[in-house]
Design a protein around this ligand. Sequence first.
Ligand SMILES: [Mn+2]
Length: 469
Amino acid sequence: MSFKEFQQRRQLEAAASSPVPAPAPPPAPTAPAPTEPMDDAPTESSGAAAPTTWRVKGKRGVLVREAVSLDSALVGELPHGALVELFDEASAVVSARLRIVAPVDGWVTARLLEPVARQQPVGPSTGPPPAPPPDAYAWVANLEVPAAYEGPALGGGAVDGAFIDAALIHLRSQKLLDRRSVLLILAQTRQLLAAESTVVDLAIPAAAPHYTVCGDVHGQFYDLLNIFEMNGLPSAANPYVFNGDMVDRGSFSFEVAISLFMLKARDSSAVHLNRGNHETRTMAKFYGFEGEILHKYDRAVLDLFHECFCLLPLGCVIERRVIVVHGGCPSTDDVTLDDIRAIDRDDEPPEIGVFCDLLWSDPQPLDGRTPSRRGVGLSFGPDVTRAFLAKNDLGLLIRSHEVRENGYEVEHGGALITIFSAPNYCDAVGNKGALIHLGRDLAPKFTTFEAVPHPPVRPMAYSAFAQFT
Ligand SMILES: [Mn+2]
């Protein structure tokens, strides 16, 4: 398939599937594991605090950590994203706002939008005040590593260089990490991401010559390893930005995501991760990541990945001058960096608005804004890029999100760069991959590279769309 044919096919695919693909049948339910509050079992959670029974609009549910499991047979009519009030079953002494996030396996997870406001119960007190919530992931450390497992395992939980070296070799040989180590890495990454701003300000560290900025990797783990071989592993002296779409399409999305997360867990400043439109439940369900994680692990691992994805920053600004976001410019000219910083990103992206635009938009050669061929986000011209940069005192916008034949393209008169790091995208496109070095002069320097061989697992092997690709 030629590059042009691929582009035409992608346009057809986008037109057919946008904005949101039709829902697929739900996966087979997984049995709840009694030791893990992550699972959606209403009566099986353990930990210091006993589950509390709640009702939501008169429905019963069970509080587990900061999430609530609700019987989806009862709340199935509540759409994704719905805001609901939660009350204590007995006397409405506790209330909180919730957002429905994940209807799965007969149970709906709803996330607390604000801390539970506990009030004094009416009438005489019947016991001590409620205990503070236990560490949400303390249970992970108590998991057992199967005796037959021979790979590297996180003993005390700290990710160090020796673990990373061993884990990358292990993953390269198509072996999985033990589930406890995976969950520990995810729990640590989640904490690190939660501490970051929605737009992260990055300065080139004194010990580093430049930032390396990579675009979409899309589950091409062996090409990611090739980047590290060419350009070095992330470290304080060799910091990276990965600009979203780590996962989906390529069938080694687990390996890509866990590798980037463990590198971040070792040194958060060495790896900065932006959110792409594929770090979302809807896209992951159809383009392979969900199926891959359910094949390699289970739903608890998938859910924790998605909790991390929801906390990924929407962009970063390097040395106050270069903004890096996955898609592109917003729909209006008045959007400031402070507006973006103020977005409550801890959620699935909406289908319209600044949050959506940053993840989905594409540049176009002509001035102005037009509807996107994707049906989500917009196409924006050079004048839009210039206005956005000027409004925010920026000099350059780096984005990803679209394949380019040479791995990168300088567009909009030099105001915008597309960077794409998945060579021979989907084993079919024949494009190069590229990365950018951004030194103190902030003049981008490009490195391009060809695809390397990977084990014979085809792209989209785990996808619900697999039969169509
Ligand atoms: Mn994308």
